[in-house]
Every structure is written in structure tokens, then in C-alpha cells.
Design a protein around this ligand. Structure first.
Ligand code: FAD
Length: 244
């Protein structure tokens, strides 16, 4: 049984960042992930260029059941902290529309940076998690043996793109330990129509893009809207999808 101070399940953006911070505080850390590679979603983020932060970050822009969480989290770690981290690794960035920042050296460089930040961290991949128990320490059984840790962080992300390893594992663990949880809800998704409506309204317009103001439930966004063969998409629609 291998013993660590902290075990993190999930080697995505959240798990890697958490591991690096815990290791910097002198804790021994291991990340366990069932995937064959760490940070797969980081690699596809921002069309491969990783839209890593935004210049105009503010708590009001986050959708949350607890709006106060964002206030404290964002005041303790700001966009300027992440920009400084990137620059300390000699990475540069470009601002696109509405303050969105993309990494010039692409998503792979952002992943490399997170891995370098946690160089003392053990990352155990292809690790299928079995039973998790708590008795003064957490004991985690896996196909790669047993692990023990004082602290356990579950950073297994949301269920979007299951073929990339996404699962509802986080909710299962919350249930096992009697923690309150909020059901997953899709966010940043396109608006799809029934075939009848597509044929009637959009058939000849597919591929057309225009600036639009979209509103729903008191929220509104002025951004590009794209008509597709399935309905409406583009930044304006993806943004408003969190409010319908
Ligand atoms: C196409 C696309 C583009 C995106 N572009 C951007 C962007 O430009 N900027 C941005 O900020 N966000 C972007 N996002 C969102 C961003 O990718 C996610 O918000 C972010 O990756 C979430 O990180 P995470 O660490 O919470 O979860 P994930 O990245 O999903 O990591 C979870 C990890 O947990 C592992 N795991 C899951 N279940 C288990 C289990 N049972 N046992 C062991 N391991 C498990 C998975 O293998 C995975 O490695 C994009 C998302 C997509 C799909």
C-alpha cells in the first residue's frame, strides 16, 4: 500500500493545478487517472490553442448555485496570477474577442507547464479505481495496487465527451460519502431543432454567421451566431445556453 499526504483522482486541468499547489506546500502527492494520458481535454481546448483565461473575469459572469464561492475563489487566484504563471514559463498569449486570451504556443504547452509545475507529483495513469474507504485516512483500491492518503481530492470533471474518459464518478463518490451534490447540467451547448423546423427555417441558411443579440431569462449576449445544419450555434448561442 503506497502512502501519500494527498491523493487526487483525475489528471485534468483541475487535478493538475491542485496537485502542483499541494506539492508546493510540501505535501507528497499522487494523481490517479484511468486515462492513458494526462490533460486530454486541455489539448482540445480553444480549438487547440487553449482559451486559458479572460481579461474581464468577474464573479457575475459565473453561473453557480453559490455565487459567493466565485467571489472568494477569484479574489484568491486571479486571471493575472495565471497570466504571470504562463509568462514565468516563457509562454506568450494573444487577446481575441471580448478579452479572451489564447496561448501562442498552443494547448500542449499549457499542459506541459502544469506538468512541470507539479514535477514532484507521481502521476499514475491507466489506473482503474475500485473501492474507496475512510477510516482516519482514505484507502483507495485500484488495478495498480492500494493507496492511502490523509486527503483525497476528486477532480474527475463533468460527463461531457465520455469517449475521452469523462464520467459521473464525482457524483458517485459524493453520494457514497453522504455529501450534498448538484446534478450535472449541460452548459455551452448549441440549440438544436427538430428536422421539420430545420427544413422549414434553416435549410438554405446553413453556414451563415452574423452578429446577434440573444436573450433568455434576463441574460443577454451580443456575439456571433452561426446557423448550422442542426440549428443554432456560435459563441452567442453557447453563452446563452447556460440560461435556458
Ligand atoms: C471541445 C472543448 C473545448 C474547450 N475549450 C476550452 C477553452 O478553450 N478554455 C477553457 O477554459 N475551457 C475549455 N473547455 C472546458 C475545459 O476543457 C474543462 O472545463 C476542463 O477541462 C475541466 O477540467 P477538469 O479537470 O475539471 O476535468 P477533465 O479535464 O474532464 O479531467 C477529468 C479527469 O478525470 C479522469 N477521470 C474521470 N473519471 C475517472 C475515474 N472514474 N477514475 C479515474 N479517473 C477518472 C479523466 O480521465 C480526466 O483525465 C473546453 C471543453 C471542450 C469539450
Amino acid at each position: 500500500m503506497k502512502q501519500y499526504d494527498v491523493i487526487i483522482i483525475g489528471a485534468g486541468a483541475a487535478g493538475l493545478m491542485c496537485a502542483a499547489q499541494a506539492a508546493k506546500r510540501g505535501r507528497s502527492v499522487a494523481i490517479l487517472d484511468k486515462a492513458s494520458k494526462a490533460g486530454k481535454k486541455i489539448l482540445i481546448s480553444g480549438g487547440g490553442k487553449c482559451n486559458f483565461t479572460n481579461l474581464f473575469i468577474e464573479p457575475e459572469a459565473y453561473v453557480s448555485n453559490n455565487p459567493h464561492f466565485c467571489k472568494s475563489a477569484l479574489s484568491r487566484y486571479t486571471q493575472w496570477d495565471f497570466i504571470a504563471l504562463l509568462e514565468s514559463h516563457h509562454l506568450s498569449w494573444t487577446e481575441k474577442t471580448l478579452g479572451q486570451l489564447f496561448c501562442d504556443q498552443k494547448s500542449g504547452a499549457v499542459l506541459r507547464m502544469l506538468l512541470d509545475e507539479g514535477e514532484q507529483v507521481d502521476i499514475i495513469l491507466a489506473c482503474e479505481i475500485g473501492q474507496i474507504e475512510f477510516d482516519s485516512n482514505y484507502t483507495i483500491q485500484s488495478n495498480q495496487g492500494g493507496f492511502k492518503a490523509e486527503s483525497l481530492v476528486v477532480a474527475t470533471g463533468g460527463p461531457s465527451i465520455p469517449k475521452m474518459g469523462a464520467s459521473d464518478f464525482g457524483l458517485q463518490i459524493a453520494k457514497q460519502f453522504g455529501l450534498k451534490s448538484v446534478a450535472f447540467k449541460p452548459g455551452l451547448v448549441p440549440f438544436t431543432f427538430h428536422q421539420y423546423d430545420i427544413d422549414k427555417y434553416f435549410k438554405d441558411l446553413s453556414g451563415l454567421s452574423l452578429e446577434a443579440v440573444v436573450s433568455c431569462n434576463h441574460a443577454n449576449f451580443r456575439e456571433q451566431l452561426l446557423i448550422t445544419h442542426r440549428g443554432l450555434s456560435g459563441p452567442a448561442i453557447l453563452q446563452i445556453s447556460s440560461y435556458w
